[in-house]
Design a protein around this ligand. Structure first.
Ligand SMILES: CC(=O)SCCNC(=O)CCNC(=O)[C@H](O)C(C)(C)COP(=O)(O)OP(=O)(O)OC[C@H]1O[C@@H](n2cnc3c(N)ncnc32)[C@H](O)[C@@H]1OP(=O)(O)O
Length: 395
Protein backbone atom coordinates (compact mmCIF):
# COMPACT_ATOMS: atom_id res chain seq x y z
CA UNK A 1 0.00 0.00 0.00
CA UNK A 2 1.27 3.47 -0.94
CA UNK A 3 1.96 6.50 1.22
CA UNK A 4 -1.22 8.47 2.02
CA UNK A 5 -1.71 12.05 3.10
CA UNK A 6 -4.78 14.24 3.63
CA UNK A 7 -4.44 18.01 3.44
CA UNK A 8 -6.33 21.19 2.61
CA UNK A 9 -6.12 21.95 -1.12
CA UNK A 10 -5.11 25.31 -2.53
CA UNK A 11 -7.45 27.05 -4.96
CA UNK A 12 -5.22 26.11 -7.91
CA UNK A 13 -6.04 22.45 -7.16
CA UNK A 14 -9.82 22.86 -7.04
CA UNK A 15 -10.53 22.10 -10.68
CA UNK A 16 -8.63 18.81 -10.48
CA UNK A 17 -10.59 17.94 -7.36
CA UNK A 18 -13.84 18.81 -9.11
CA UNK A 19 -12.91 16.64 -12.10
CA UNK A 20 -12.05 13.79 -9.75
CA UNK A 21 -15.41 14.15 -8.00
CA UNK A 22 -17.40 14.27 -11.22
CA UNK A 23 -15.65 11.18 -12.62
CA UNK A 24 -16.30 9.28 -9.38
CA UNK A 25 -20.03 10.09 -9.41
CA UNK A 26 -20.18 9.15 -13.11
CA UNK A 27 -20.87 12.69 -14.34
CA UNK A 28 -19.18 14.08 -17.43
CA UNK A 29 -16.45 16.59 -16.67
CA UNK A 30 -17.74 20.08 -15.98
CA UNK A 31 -18.09 22.56 -18.80
CA UNK A 32 -17.29 26.15 -17.90
CA UNK A 33 -20.85 26.85 -16.77
CA UNK A 34 -20.93 23.81 -14.48
CA UNK A 35 -17.47 24.57 -13.16
CA UNK A 36 -18.62 28.12 -12.34
CA UNK A 37 -21.42 26.56 -10.27
CA UNK A 38 -19.38 23.87 -8.48
CA UNK A 39 -16.48 26.14 -7.67
CA UNK A 40 -18.78 28.39 -5.62
CA UNK A 41 -19.28 25.55 -3.15
CA UNK A 42 -15.53 25.18 -2.63
CA UNK A 43 -14.74 27.32 0.40
CA UNK A 44 -11.06 28.07 0.89
CA UNK A 45 -9.72 26.01 3.79
CA UNK A 46 -12.57 23.50 3.51
CA UNK A 47 -11.60 21.59 0.36
CA UNK A 48 -9.64 18.47 1.23
CA UNK A 49 -7.49 16.28 -0.94
CA UNK A 50 -6.32 12.74 -0.21
CA UNK A 51 -3.01 11.87 -1.82
CA UNK A 52 -1.69 8.43 -2.61
CA UNK A 53 2.05 8.41 -3.28
CA UNK A 54 1.86 12.17 -3.87
CA UNK A 55 -0.98 12.02 -6.41
CA UNK A 56 -4.45 13.44 -5.80
CA UNK A 57 -6.68 10.39 -5.35
CA UNK A 58 -9.60 11.66 -3.29
CA UNK A 59 -11.45 14.78 -2.27
CA UNK A 60 -14.09 15.97 0.22
CA UNK A 61 -15.45 19.48 0.69
CA UNK A 62 -17.58 21.18 3.26
CA UNK A 63 -19.45 24.48 3.50
CA UNK A 64 -20.10 26.65 6.52
CA UNK A 65 -23.74 26.23 7.41
CA UNK A 66 -26.17 25.65 10.26
CA UNK A 67 -28.87 23.15 11.14
CA UNK A 68 -32.20 23.80 12.87
CA UNK A 69 -32.94 21.32 15.66
CA UNK A 70 -36.09 20.55 17.73
CA UNK A 71 -36.90 23.62 19.81
CA UNK A 72 -35.67 26.03 17.14
CA UNK A 73 -31.95 26.40 17.91
CA UNK A 74 -29.67 26.66 14.88
CA UNK A 75 -26.40 24.83 15.37
CA UNK A 76 -23.19 25.66 13.53
CA UNK A 77 -22.80 22.86 11.00
CA UNK A 78 -20.47 21.57 8.29
CA UNK A 79 -22.40 20.84 5.08
CA UNK A 80 -20.34 18.06 3.53
CA UNK A 81 -20.29 17.49 -0.22
CA UNK A 82 -17.90 16.65 -3.08
CA UNK A 83 -16.85 13.35 -1.50
CA UNK A 84 -15.01 11.04 -3.90
CA UNK A 85 -12.09 8.68 -4.26
CA UNK A 86 -10.58 7.80 -7.63
CA UNK A 87 -11.81 4.43 -8.90
CA UNK A 88 -8.28 3.00 -8.90
CA UNK A 89 -7.67 4.04 -5.30
CA UNK A 90 -10.78 2.96 -3.40
CA UNK A 91 -10.87 0.70 -0.31
CA UNK A 92 -7.49 1.81 0.99
CA UNK A 93 -8.81 4.07 3.72
CA UNK A 94 -8.67 7.38 1.82
CA UNK A 95 -12.26 8.32 2.62
CA UNK A 96 -11.74 7.29 6.24
CA UNK A 97 -8.73 9.62 6.45
CA UNK A 98 -10.63 12.52 4.90
CA UNK A 99 -13.66 12.10 7.16
CA UNK A 100 -11.41 12.01 10.22
CA UNK A 101 -9.64 15.18 9.10
CA UNK A 102 -12.95 16.85 8.23
CA UNK A 103 -14.65 16.07 11.54
CA UNK A 104 -11.60 17.27 13.51
CA UNK A 105 -11.65 20.45 11.42
CA UNK A 106 -15.40 20.94 12.06
CA UNK A 107 -14.79 20.52 15.80
CA UNK A 108 -11.98 23.13 15.69
CA UNK A 109 -14.39 25.52 13.97
CA UNK A 110 -16.95 25.01 16.73
CA UNK A 111 -19.33 23.14 14.44
CA UNK A 112 -21.55 20.92 16.52
CA UNK A 113 -22.82 18.75 13.68
CA UNK A 114 -21.82 17.67 10.19
CA UNK A 115 -24.42 16.74 7.58
CA UNK A 116 -24.61 15.41 4.05
CA UNK A 117 -26.75 13.74 1.40
CA UNK A 118 -25.38 10.27 0.70
CA UNK A 119 -24.91 8.75 -2.76
CA UNK A 120 -25.27 5.26 -1.27
CA UNK A 121 -26.75 3.96 1.95
CA UNK A 122 -23.77 1.82 2.96
CA UNK A 123 -21.03 4.43 3.21
CA UNK A 124 -21.49 6.79 6.13
CA UNK A 125 -22.92 4.93 9.13
CA UNK A 126 -19.48 3.62 10.08
CA UNK A 127 -18.39 7.23 10.55
CA UNK A 128 -21.28 7.99 12.92
CA UNK A 129 -23.63 9.56 10.37
CA UNK A 130 -27.28 8.54 10.75
CA UNK A 131 -30.37 9.23 8.65
CA UNK A 132 -32.02 12.14 10.44
CA UNK A 133 -34.77 13.05 7.96
CA UNK A 134 -36.62 11.66 4.96
CA UNK A 135 -38.16 13.12 1.82
CA UNK A 136 -41.01 12.21 -0.50
CA UNK A 137 -41.29 12.52 -4.29
CA UNK A 138 -44.79 13.05 -5.66
CA UNK A 139 -46.45 13.17 -9.05
CA UNK A 140 -49.74 14.98 -9.42
CA UNK A 141 -51.99 14.20 -12.36
CA UNK A 142 -53.00 17.72 -13.30
CA UNK A 143 -55.92 16.56 -15.42
CA UNK A 144 -57.59 15.12 -12.27
CA UNK A 145 -56.29 17.46 -9.61
CA UNK A 146 -58.79 20.01 -8.25
CA UNK A 147 -58.22 21.80 -4.99
CA UNK A 148 -61.07 21.52 -2.47
CA UNK A 149 -63.18 24.62 -1.98
CA UNK A 150 -62.30 24.48 1.72
CA UNK A 151 -58.59 24.94 1.00
CA UNK A 152 -57.69 28.53 1.90
CA UNK A 153 -56.88 31.12 -0.74
CA UNK A 154 -54.94 34.31 -0.40
CA UNK A 155 -52.45 36.68 -1.94
CA UNK A 156 -51.09 36.51 -5.46
CA UNK A 157 -48.53 34.53 -7.43
CA UNK A 158 -46.36 36.30 -10.01
CA UNK A 159 -43.62 35.12 -12.32
CA UNK A 160 -40.30 36.92 -11.89
CA UNK A 161 -37.22 37.10 -14.11
CA UNK A 162 -34.24 34.96 -13.13
CA UNK A 163 -32.33 38.12 -12.17
CA UNK A 164 -35.16 39.22 -9.87
CA UNK A 165 -35.46 35.69 -8.51
CA UNK A 166 -31.80 35.51 -7.60
CA UNK A 167 -32.13 38.78 -5.73
CA UNK A 168 -35.33 37.75 -3.91
CA UNK A 169 -34.82 34.10 -3.06
CA UNK A 170 -31.95 34.20 -0.52
CA UNK A 171 -33.71 36.74 1.71
CA UNK A 172 -37.04 34.97 1.34
CA UNK A 173 -35.53 31.58 2.17
CA UNK A 174 -34.07 33.04 5.37
CA UNK A 175 -37.56 33.92 6.62
CA UNK A 176 -39.29 30.68 5.58
CA UNK A 177 -39.65 27.39 7.41
CA UNK A 178 -37.56 28.37 10.42
CA UNK A 179 -39.75 26.32 12.71
CA UNK A 180 -38.89 23.00 11.10
CA UNK A 181 -35.99 20.88 12.32
CA UNK A 182 -33.66 19.80 9.54
CA UNK A 183 -33.70 23.17 7.76
CA UNK A 184 -30.21 24.36 6.97
CA UNK A 185 -28.61 27.71 6.27
CA UNK A 186 -27.87 28.03 2.54
CA UNK A 187 -24.38 29.54 2.33
CA UNK A 188 -23.67 32.36 -0.16
CA UNK A 189 -21.63 29.92 -2.26
CA UNK A 190 -24.68 27.67 -2.48
CA UNK A 191 -26.77 30.52 -3.91
CA UNK A 192 -24.02 31.51 -6.31
CA UNK A 193 -23.82 27.89 -7.46
CA UNK A 194 -27.60 27.85 -7.88
CA UNK A 195 -27.45 31.04 -9.89
CA UNK A 196 -24.80 29.60 -12.22
CA UNK A 197 -26.94 26.49 -12.74
CA UNK A 198 -30.27 28.23 -13.35
CA UNK A 199 -30.90 28.08 -17.05
CA UNK A 200 -33.29 29.57 -19.52
CA UNK A 201 -35.85 26.78 -19.14
CA UNK A 202 -36.23 27.28 -15.39
CA UNK A 203 -38.93 29.59 -14.11
CA UNK A 204 -39.50 31.16 -10.72
CA UNK A 205 -42.85 32.21 -9.27
CA UNK A 206 -43.17 34.21 -6.07
CA UNK A 207 -46.19 34.39 -3.76
CA UNK A 208 -47.08 37.62 -1.96
CA UNK A 209 -49.66 37.70 0.84
CA UNK A 210 -52.68 40.00 0.91
CA UNK A 211 -50.55 42.85 2.26
CA UNK A 212 -48.16 42.47 -0.68
CA UNK A 213 -45.31 40.94 1.33
CA UNK A 214 -43.50 38.08 -0.42
CA UNK A 215 -43.76 34.85 1.56
CA UNK A 216 -42.79 31.99 -0.75
CA UNK A 217 -41.31 30.95 -4.07
CA UNK A 218 -41.11 27.98 -6.39
CA UNK A 219 -38.41 27.07 -8.90
CA UNK A 220 -39.74 24.76 -11.62
CA UNK A 221 -38.83 23.50 -15.05
CA UNK A 222 -40.59 21.68 -17.90
CA UNK A 223 -39.06 18.21 -18.30
CA UNK A 224 -37.57 18.02 -21.79
CA UNK A 225 -40.22 17.81 -24.47
CA UNK A 226 -42.76 16.22 -22.14
CA UNK A 227 -45.74 17.90 -20.53
CA UNK A 228 -44.37 17.31 -17.03
CA UNK A 229 -43.21 20.15 -14.85
CA UNK A 230 -40.51 19.37 -12.27
CA UNK A 231 -40.63 21.31 -9.03
CA UNK A 232 -37.09 21.77 -7.73
CA UNK A 233 -37.50 24.15 -4.85
CA UNK A 234 -40.72 25.23 -3.18
CA UNK A 235 -40.28 27.25 -0.04
CA UNK A 236 -43.11 28.96 1.82
CA UNK A 237 -43.44 30.85 5.08
CA UNK A 238 -46.98 29.62 5.75
CA UNK A 239 -49.60 27.14 4.55
CA UNK A 240 -51.48 29.61 2.32
CA UNK A 241 -48.29 30.52 0.44
CA UNK A 242 -47.46 26.82 -0.08
CA UNK A 243 -50.99 26.03 -1.26
CA UNK A 244 -51.11 28.99 -3.63
CA UNK A 245 -47.77 28.01 -5.18
CA UNK A 246 -49.05 24.46 -5.76
CA UNK A 247 -52.35 25.88 -7.09
CA UNK A 248 -50.34 27.99 -9.52
CA UNK A 249 -48.39 24.93 -10.74
CA UNK A 250 -51.60 22.94 -11.15
CA UNK A 251 -53.14 25.74 -13.21
CA UNK A 252 -50.40 25.93 -15.85
CA UNK A 253 -51.88 25.19 -19.27
CA UNK A 254 -50.60 22.23 -21.35
CA UNK A 255 -49.10 20.54 -18.28
CA UNK A 256 -50.32 17.01 -17.52
CA UNK A 257 -48.08 16.13 -14.55
CA UNK A 258 -46.52 18.17 -11.77
CA UNK A 259 -43.63 16.31 -10.12
CA UNK A 260 -42.35 17.45 -6.74
CA UNK A 261 -38.90 16.33 -5.66
CA UNK A 262 -37.66 15.85 -2.13
CA UNK A 263 -40.70 17.32 -0.48
CA UNK A 264 -41.47 17.04 3.26
CA UNK A 265 -43.05 13.66 4.02
CA UNK A 266 -45.93 15.41 5.80
CA UNK A 267 -46.81 17.92 3.08
CA UNK A 268 -50.57 17.26 2.98
CA UNK A 269 -51.08 17.58 -0.79
CA UNK A 270 -53.58 14.71 -0.93
CA UNK A 271 -55.78 16.49 1.60
CA UNK A 272 -55.93 19.59 -0.55
CA UNK A 273 -57.33 17.65 -3.53
CA UNK A 274 -60.92 16.56 -4.19
CA UNK A 275 -59.52 13.30 -5.61
CA UNK A 276 -56.63 12.36 -3.37
CA UNK A 277 -55.46 9.70 -5.84
CA UNK A 278 -54.50 12.42 -8.29
CA UNK A 279 -51.37 12.67 -6.13
CA UNK A 280 -49.09 9.64 -6.19
CA UNK A 281 -46.07 9.09 -3.95
CA UNK A 282 -43.33 7.90 -6.27
CA UNK A 283 -40.72 7.43 -3.56
CA UNK A 284 -39.68 8.09 0.02
CA UNK A 285 -35.97 8.16 0.70
CA UNK A 286 -33.35 9.28 3.16
CA UNK A 287 -32.68 13.00 3.14
CA UNK A 288 -30.18 14.44 5.59
CA UNK A 289 -27.49 12.28 7.20
CA UNK A 290 -26.33 13.94 10.39
CA UNK A 291 -23.18 13.37 12.46
CA UNK A 292 -23.08 14.80 15.96
CA UNK A 293 -19.53 16.16 16.15
CA UNK A 294 -19.90 17.29 19.75
CA UNK A 295 -22.54 15.04 21.32
CA UNK A 296 -22.94 17.00 24.55
CA UNK A 297 -23.32 20.37 22.80
CA UNK A 298 -25.80 18.84 20.36
CA UNK A 299 -27.87 17.20 23.09
CA UNK A 300 -27.89 20.43 25.09
CA UNK A 301 -29.08 22.47 22.11
CA UNK A 302 -32.37 20.69 21.46
CA UNK A 303 -35.50 20.55 23.58
CA UNK A 304 -37.13 17.41 24.98
CA UNK A 305 -40.62 16.10 25.60
CA UNK A 306 -42.07 15.36 29.02
CA UNK A 307 -40.89 12.07 30.47
CA UNK A 308 -38.85 10.56 33.27
CA UNK A 309 -35.09 11.12 32.85
CA UNK A 310 -33.11 8.51 30.95
CA UNK A 311 -29.41 7.64 31.03
CA UNK A 312 -28.10 7.05 27.51
CA UNK A 313 -24.72 5.46 26.96
CA UNK A 314 -23.30 6.71 23.67
CA UNK A 315 -20.53 4.61 22.12
CA UNK A 316 -18.63 6.60 19.52
CA UNK A 317 -15.74 4.57 18.14
CA UNK A 318 -14.85 7.13 15.46
CA UNK A 319 -14.77 10.10 17.86
CA UNK A 320 -14.10 8.46 21.22
CA UNK A 321 -14.26 11.76 23.16
CA UNK A 322 -18.05 11.55 22.74
CA UNK A 323 -18.26 8.12 24.36
CA UNK A 324 -19.93 8.30 27.77
CA UNK A 325 -23.21 8.52 29.64
CA UNK A 326 -25.67 11.37 29.15
CA UNK A 327 -28.65 12.06 31.36
CA UNK A 328 -31.59 13.36 29.33
CA UNK A 329 -34.56 14.99 31.06
CA UNK A 330 -37.24 17.52 30.05
CA UNK A 331 -34.83 20.19 31.39
CA UNK A 332 -31.98 19.22 29.05
CA UNK A 333 -28.89 17.04 28.86
CA UNK A 334 -25.82 16.58 31.06
CA UNK A 335 -23.01 14.05 31.24
CA UNK A 336 -23.26 11.65 34.19
CA UNK A 337 -21.68 8.60 35.83
CA UNK A 338 -24.95 6.72 36.35
CA UNK A 339 -25.48 3.19 35.07
CA UNK A 340 -26.66 3.26 31.45
CA UNK A 341 -30.29 2.34 30.77
CA UNK A 342 -29.98 2.41 26.97
CA UNK A 343 -26.85 2.08 24.80
CA UNK A 344 -26.55 3.32 21.25
CA UNK A 345 -23.88 4.44 18.82
CA UNK A 346 -23.42 7.86 17.21
CA UNK A 347 -25.34 6.95 14.03
CA UNK A 348 -28.38 5.73 15.99
CA UNK A 349 -28.29 8.86 18.14
CA UNK A 350 -28.31 10.98 14.96
CA UNK A 351 -31.42 9.11 13.77
CA UNK A 352 -33.17 10.05 17.04
CA UNK A 353 -31.83 13.55 17.18
CA UNK A 354 -34.12 15.52 14.86
CA UNK A 355 -37.24 13.58 15.83
CA UNK A 356 -37.62 11.39 12.75
CA UNK A 357 -37.40 8.04 14.55
CA UNK A 358 -38.23 6.74 18.02
CA UNK A 359 -35.87 4.88 20.31
CA UNK A 360 -38.36 1.98 20.24
CA UNK A 361 -38.16 1.73 16.45
CA UNK A 362 -34.37 1.73 16.56
CA UNK A 363 -34.41 -0.88 19.35
CA UNK A 364 -36.29 -3.30 17.06
CA UNK A 365 -33.23 -3.20 14.81
CA UNK A 366 -30.84 -3.72 17.72
CA UNK A 367 -29.55 -0.17 17.24
CA UNK A 368 -30.58 0.75 20.77
CA UNK A 369 -29.63 -1.80 23.42
CA UNK A 370 -32.14 -1.84 26.23
CA UNK A 371 -30.90 -2.46 29.79
CA UNK A 372 -34.10 -1.12 31.38
CA UNK A 373 -37.35 -1.56 29.37
CA UNK A 374 -39.07 1.36 31.15
CA UNK A 375 -36.26 3.62 29.92
CA UNK A 376 -37.25 2.86 26.32
CA UNK A 377 -40.78 4.16 26.97
CA UNK A 378 -39.29 7.20 28.69
CA UNK A 379 -36.90 7.81 25.80
CA UNK A 380 -39.85 7.78 23.37
CA UNK A 381 -41.46 10.53 25.46
CA UNK A 382 -38.26 12.59 25.75
CA UNK A 383 -37.40 12.20 22.02
CA UNK A 384 -40.95 12.30 20.63
CA UNK A 385 -41.64 12.05 16.94
CA UNK A 386 -41.71 15.67 15.82
CA UNK A 387 -43.22 17.34 12.83
CA UNK A 388 -41.08 15.40 10.37
CA UNK A 389 -37.70 17.07 9.97
CA UNK A 390 -36.91 18.21 6.43
CA UNK A 391 -33.86 19.72 4.85
CA UNK A 392 -35.13 20.63 1.37
CA UNK A 393 -31.73 21.85 0.20
CA UNK A 394 -29.58 19.80 -2.14
CA UNK A 395 -25.85 20.23 -1.64
C1 LIG B 1 -21.67 13.60 0.48
C2 LIG B 1 -21.30 13.07 -0.88
O1 LIG B 1 -20.62 13.72 -1.60
S1 LIG B 1 -21.85 11.54 -1.30
C3 LIG B 1 -20.82 11.04 -2.69
C4 LIG B 1 -19.92 9.91 -2.31
N1 LIG B 1 -19.10 9.56 -3.46
C5 LIG B 1 -19.39 8.55 -4.31
O2 LIG B 1 -20.35 7.81 -4.14
C6 LIG B 1 -18.46 8.41 -5.47
C7 LIG B 1 -18.08 6.97 -5.75
N2 LIG B 1 -17.45 6.30 -4.61
C8 LIG B 1 -16.26 6.71 -4.11
O3 LIG B 1 -15.70 7.71 -4.52
C9 LIG B 1 -15.66 5.88 -2.99
O4 LIG B 1 -16.00 4.53 -3.17
C10 LIG B 1 -16.11 6.32 -1.58
C11 LIG B 1 -15.79 7.80 -1.37
C12 LIG B 1 -17.61 6.12 -1.39
C13 LIG B 1 -15.39 5.46 -0.54
O5 LIG B 1 -14.02 5.77 -0.53
P1 LIG B 1 -12.90 4.72 -0.04
O6 LIG B 1 -11.62 5.46 0.03
O7 LIG B 1 -12.97 3.50 -0.85
O8 LIG B 1 -13.40 4.41 1.42
P2 LIG B 1 -12.51 3.72 2.55
O9 LIG B 1 -11.43 2.89 1.92
O10 LIG B 1 -12.07 4.73 3.54
O11 LIG B 1 -13.60 2.76 3.19
C14 LIG B 1 -13.86 2.68 4.55
C15 LIG B 1 -14.84 1.55 4.77
O12 LIG B 1 -16.06 1.86 4.13
C16 LIG B 1 -16.43 0.79 3.24
N3 LIG B 1 -17.04 1.42 2.07
C17 LIG B 1 -16.51 2.38 1.32
N4 LIG B 1 -17.35 2.72 0.32
C18 LIG B 1 -18.43 1.94 0.47
C19 LIG B 1 -19.63 1.83 -0.26
N5 LIG B 1 -19.87 2.58 -1.34
N6 LIG B 1 -20.55 0.94 0.17
C20 LIG B 1 -20.31 0.18 1.26
N7 LIG B 1 -19.17 0.24 1.99
C21 LIG B 1 -18.24 1.12 1.59
C22 LIG B 1 -15.13 0.12 2.90
O13 LIG B 1 -15.33 -1.22 2.49
C23 LIG B 1 -14.38 0.21 4.20
O14 LIG B 1 -14.84 -0.82 5.07
P3 LIG B 1 -13.87 -1.53 6.12
O15 LIG B 1 -13.38 -0.43 7.02
O16 LIG B 1 -14.75 -2.52 6.80
O17 LIG B 1 -12.77 -2.12 5.30
Amino acid sequence: MGETEVRVLSESEYRDANDLFRRAVLFPLADDEQWAASSQCMEPGRVLGAFLDGELAGTAWSMTSSLAVPGGAELPAAAVTGVAVRADSTRRGLLTGMIRFQLDDAARRGEVVAMLHASEGGIYERFGYGVASRVRNVEIDRTRARLRRSVPRGGQVRLVSLEQALRLMPALYRTCGRDRAGRIHRPDGWWQGRSALMNKSQAVAVHADDSGADDGFVVYQPRGESSTVDVWDLVAANDVAAIELWRFLLDIDLVTTVAGFERPVDEPVEWWLTDRRACRTTGVSDDLWVRLVDVLAALRARTYGRGEPVVLEVVDEFRPANTGCYRISPDGATTCDDAPQLTLDAAALAALYLGDQTASALATAGLVQVHDPQALTNADLLFPLQRPPWCGTGF
